[in-house]
Design a protein around this ligand. Structure first.
Ligand code: GDP
Length: 426
């Protein structure tokens, strides 16, 4: 039962795509377990770039069955458009499986996402306005519509009528908007979506277990990251699902003991998009260097990401929250130009030292990082492929991170290219 989970350990954008791509080669199945089409990553295969938002990265390999697990929320129009784009580039998507239990993002979810963000004004969360949060909310309210519902027109219509009554009241009476027409929406779903989506809908829990029972390698792909987790992240500046490794259990239908290997991905520094506490945030020229050298701008929005030094306090917490068996460090090459580097090893909160993440978020908002300063290497790492060729300062930096966070470092990224990495503990 060789099951591996790959999970982001910071606030996202850690460069999961490249590592996932690398380990995917050994896999027979790649399963996404949460999130929606807000999770895009870019893969470059044979010089061609593929931007994937919903379809698991395994789709690019003919030997892999890509699976969208029940914990994912699926915008059927987006999924079909993504399949069209991939197929136009010659990628065969016929192996794709979509869980019949995955909840569907429908047009009223997007409308409500937009309206609630506007209504919150300056308190807005900065959601991607794709209807993901409202779809998870409906799931929890038990009024969601699942992929399997479209296989029975009568059931779909009953559910749609019931939920639209409520949504339309909200849209008209609270937000002064036009209601959705159930006939029109059902007609769109049954002409544009159902004929094309139906062949992909499957019992994915059954398929995953069949694969594990047959000793196939299965990769569970988390989207977003640990500190964006609905339960464990810096609430409310979080996503509406559970990216932590354990989320693979409810999100794909496996038990905790099915998982054998858990790889956490972290940048050699840290970034965050949008609002929320960020103890090691840099507002100086060092921050600008990280943003410029690391191209730290949102893929979809172009928004500048907030940069900061590596935070070992958060990472220790991430190691515990995810039971990480190993850590992959990405973008070490972005630190090439620094004379010295800082690593946060504790927080000072009103004169008291914290080595663990304070449980009260007010403390996190005022936490002052306690830094250890290490010498930089001021050498170009992008050509290095073996640990023995890393400068002593880079080895010392990685060793320090490893000792601080308590998980062994395996893969270390030294450039965006597929082959630009070093095995640290090989
Ligand atoms: P994700 O949101 O975590 O999936 O992040 P992506 O996989 O989209 O990666 C973000 C960007 O970082 C991409 O443009 C990658 O090419 C780039 N990247 C990944 N690893 C490295 C690395 O080790 N060094 C450099 N310079 N860039 C990297």
């Amino acid at each position: 039962m060789p099951a591996t989970v790959v999970v982001g350990t910071q606030w996202g954008d850690e460069g999961k795509g490249k590592l996932t791509d690398l380990v995917a080669k050994e896999m027979q199945m790649v399963v996404r377990y949460q999130g929606g089409h807000n999770a895009g990553h870019t893969l470059v295969v044979d010089g061609e770039s593929f931007a994937l938002q919903l379809v698991p990265s395994g789709v690019l390999y003919p030997h892999i069955t890509p699976v969208i697990g029940n914990g994912v929320v699926v915008d059927p129009f987006v999924l079909l458009a993504e399949i069209d784009t991939l197929e136009a580039k010659g990628v065969d998507c016929s192996r794709l499986k979509v869980s019949g239990n995955a909840h569907l993002i429908l047009p009223y979810h997007q409308e409500l996402d937009m309206l609630t963000e506007r209504y919150l004004g300056k308190n807005k969360l900065g959601t991607t306005k794709r209807g993901i949060g409202p779809t998870y909310a409906d799931k929890a309210m038990r009024v969601g519509i699942r992929a399997q519902d479209v296989l029975d027109e009568k059931i779909f219509r009953q559910k749609l009528d019931a939920v639209l009554e409520d949504k339309n009241r909200l849209l008209a009476k609270v937000y002064n908007r036009l209601p959705f027409d159930a006939d029109e929406l059902a007609n769109r779903i049954f002409t544009e979506v159902v004929p094309r989506l139906s062949p992909y809908i499957a019992d994915t829990v059954g398929l995953v277990h069949e694969a594990l029972d047959a000793d196939q390698h299965v990769l569970f792909e988390g989207a977003q990251a640990t500190f964006l987790d609905l339960d464990q992240g810096t609430y409310p500046f979080v996503t509406s699902s559970n990216p932590v490794a354990g989320g693979a259990c409810p999100g794909a239908g496996i038990g905790p003991l099915d998982i054998q290997r858990i790889i956490g991905i972290a940048k050699a520094y840290i970034t965050r998009v949008g609002a929320g506490p960020f103890p090691t945030e840099l507002f100086d020229a060092h921050g600008d260097t990280l943003v410029d050298r690391g191209h730290e701008f949102g893929t979809n929005t172009g928004r500048r990401r907030r940069p900061g030094w590596f935070d070992a306090v958060m990472m220790r917490h991430a190691v515990r929250l995810n039971s990480l068996s190993e850590l992959a460090i990405t973008k070490l090459d972005i630190l090439d130009s620094f004379e010295t580097l800082k690593v946060c090893v504790g927080y000072d909160v009103d004169g008291r030292r914290h080595d663990r993440l304070p449980y009260h978020q007010s403390d996190l908002h005022v936490a002052k990082p306690i830094y250890v300063e290490l010498p930089g290497w001021q050498t170009n790492l992008t050509e290095v492929r073996e640990k023995k060729d890393l400068p002593a300062e880079a080895v010392a930096y990685l060793q320090f991170l490893q000792d601080q966070v308590g998980a062994p470092i395996g893969f270390v990224g030294v450039g965006p290219g597929r082959d630009q990495y070093v095995h640290f503990n090989a």
